[in-house]
Design a protein around this ligand. Sequence first.
Ligand code: PMP
Length: 374
Amino acid sequence: MIYFDSTATTKPTKEILELYNKVSSEYWYNPSSAYNVALKANNLLIKSQNIVKESLGVANHNVIFTSGATEANNLAIFGICNNYLKDTKRIITSKIEHPSVYNVFKRLEEIGFDVIYLDVNEFGIVDLEQLKSSLNKDTILVSIMWVNNIIGSIQPIKEIVKILKDYPRCKLHVDSVQGLGKIKPDFNFNEIDLFTMSSHKLEGIKGSGALIYNNKINLTNHLVGANQQLGIKPGTIDLASSVTCAKTIQNAVKYQSEHFNKVLELNKYLENKIKEIDQIAINTNTKYASPFIFNISIKEFNAETIMHYLEQKEIYVSIGSACGSKTKKPEKTIYAITNDQLLSTTSIRISLSHLNTFEEIDILVDELRNYITK
Ligand code: PMP
């Protein structure tokens, strides 16, 4: 089996699975209970929060463990905007966000928020001039992803932080799912008001993630319940998921540069080989993108048929994103960068990870060539 879909998800490591099992069987008490064994479970939760803070250098941020990045993004964005329901304000995002951000903005637009969706250039980078001209004194939130999950474009978060310095009222939310632990940030996490991650993209557990936000922010609770996790994520704490989330972040940060360097070499090799095939259009500009994601379109061919052809050979790639691949609509990120209907319905995402090899790339490219020229 050759797996080129680590953007969609990854296999949890043995270490993480064992830790999950251990915490589930030995610390199964409710961390909110008042007796000693439960207090031990709660201490483990606090320890996990501290591991996240230390790994990312965010001593003054709160760490909320969630059921993944979708929930974390919802809690962050609604958590800011719920303060302004009577007095709806301007909020800004981009046209290429993951649905767990983009569709939240659509919902907020429906209920009266003044929403700006920033354009991106042909490399999938947000238009900073448009951002500057869209900001006003009533802007309360900017949400821009760090790394796009379809083409891998890296957004200029450092520049955005700088621009927002003139708008102290406006908070910055960064969906860090495809960046954190994969590429080196050119910003400090403690400069980001709110950011989110997902464990299963980093060899962690599915249904596990985190919202990490500056403790000076008055975040309202979008979910309504008891007061676990500052009331932001009420409900009995999933300790095994929280502990393994912290370990996943710690490991990802520890091995980030080692994995990055390996993936960068794989990416260069893949790009050079793909460039030899005339029928393939490359949607990712590797100069501006994470090496973990490489997106192509093969115009004359149906992407779904190619995906299934590769599947028969036990090679797994994605069409669009895994979240959207069951819909036949044009891929919005590819459309935003190409303005081309055909390119955006024929895109294939090849994801690379530190577990892939040059030989696997040879096999993939040979099979693509066979398919196209047969
Ligand atoms: N944001 C981005 C950029 C993603 O790639 C994903 C996962 N596809 C998510 C958010 C949602 O993460 P989760 O699966 O943990 O809800």
